[in-house]
Design a protein around this ligand. Structure first.
Ligand code: SF4
Length: 373
């Protein structure tokens, strides 16, 4: 970290709060000014917002809340219906943890979320950020919720030269020092809003920023170069084949992935293994069923968090009454939207069948996708 000049002023939390009182975002999970926040809604939104944008989360959040209006309703719901409501948001381990957490809140805490950061941290799927965010926003505990937005703001204000993720503990302690005792929840939300709307990754609107004066990166004209980051390593491309089978009664062959691991518990048309040196020309050897297989032109591409995937799609029609192989099932084409299909598999089905909601096809071309979905 650069040493601040003697005249440099510390960022004042009250300036940020005054800005927040005028410019706070209206969000469906956010309590109105002066109203108490609902811990269930705060927690649900924070889990959904991890690595996903506010715009993407809003419809999922509203639909989720309609289906599971309380933590009890969520805890009692079958896993498949939780996964199905989550489908499309990506990072499916979060949905499984979400469900386990709801059950733990009901079973161990009588349906009431614990009110401290330390107790919240003990619940499944609640990490340091979520525990601090829920404790601060829902229970007004003096906790510092540090997410990517906050890291960006703080690394700029204090010109933190150490790259992320190493700088995380320093950023956290600098944030903790700023949390005001009287409005920790508003402070957490104000910092999030500042990072999301003013101190954006590119072209931050410094002229509108309540911390423009104390911001050292802005003074040096280096805003966009912070936070410093270590280079990410992405895995090698994996390839495989996906098999879309249409039975004459307009049903599609699907299976459910194992409960743990990538896309655990989600539905998919059967696929081969995914390997860097998979040979699509031999894909028919991995087919789940004997049929006249047609290799479709183009491929389906999807980028997961740790590797990109390229699937060749094979399509076949089979006669009515054809049995499903072990551990597979026939789902009516018109009910595909009720299956917990991840984004990658929606793309596969759309590639073969056309017009699936929320999916993109790429005849002859690659289609990039949101990481992790
Ligand atoms: S002055 Fe600019 S770079 Fe600094 S915190 Fe505000 S928006 Fe971000």
């Amino acid at each position: 970290m650069l040493t601040p000049a003697p005249s440099a002023t510390k960022p004042d939390p009250q300036d940020l709060l005054a800005w927040y009182d005028r410019h706070r975002r209206e969000l469906p999970w956010r309590a109105r000014a002066g109203e108490a926040a609902d811990p269930y809604r705060v927690w649900l939104s924070e889990i959904m917002l991890q690595q996903t944008t506010v715009a993407a989360v809003k419809p999922f959040y509203l639909n989720f809340l309609e289906r599971f209006p309380t933590v009890e309703a969520l805890a009692e719901a079958p896993t498949e219906s939780v996964m199905q409501a989550w489908a499309g948001l990506g990072y499916y381990s979060r949905a499984r943890n979400l469900h386990s957490c709801a059950k733990a809140v009901v079973d161990k805490h009588g349906g009431l979320f614990p009110s401290t950061e330390a107790e919240l941290l003990k619940l499944p799927g609640i990490g340091a950020y979520t525990a601090a965010a829920v404790a601060a926003i829902a229970f007004n505990e003096k906790a510092a919720a540090v997410d990517g937005n906050v890291e960006r703001v703080m690394s700029r204000v204090f010109v933190i030269e150490e790259p992320l993720p190493k700088a995380k503990s320093l950023i956290r302690s600098l944030t903790e020092e700023l949390v005001p005792a009287d409005r920790p929840g508003d402070f957490a939300q104000a910092l999030m809003d500042l990072g999301a709307t003013i101190c954006t990754p590119k072209r931050p609107a410094c002229a509108l920023c309540p911390w423009m004066r104390p911001c050292l990166a802005r003074a040096a004209g280096l805003q966009e170069t912070f936070p410093r980051k270590q280079k990410k390593e992405t895995g090698p491309l994996r390839k495989g084949a996906a098999f879309v089978v249409l039975r004459a009664d307009d049903t599609i062959l699907l299976r459910t992935r194992p409960p743990t691991g990538l896309l655990g518990g989600m539905a998919e048309p059967p696929t081969s293994d995914w390997e860097p040196d998979y040979e699509p020309a031999r894909a028919v050897l991995d087919a789940p069923i004997e049929a006249r297989w047609q290799r479709l032109p183009g491929t389906v591409r999807h980028v997961f968090t740790h590797f990109p995937l390229e699937l060749t799609v094979l399509f076949a029609k089979v006669a009515k009454g054809t049995p499903a192989p072990t551990d597979m099932r026939w789902t009516p084409r018109l009910k595909l939207h009720e299956e917990a299909l991840p984004g990658a598999m929606k793309k596969v089905l759309a590639h073969a069948l056309g017009d699936l909601p929320g999916a993109k096809t790429n005849p002859g071309k690659n289609t990039p996708a949101k990481a992790g979905s």
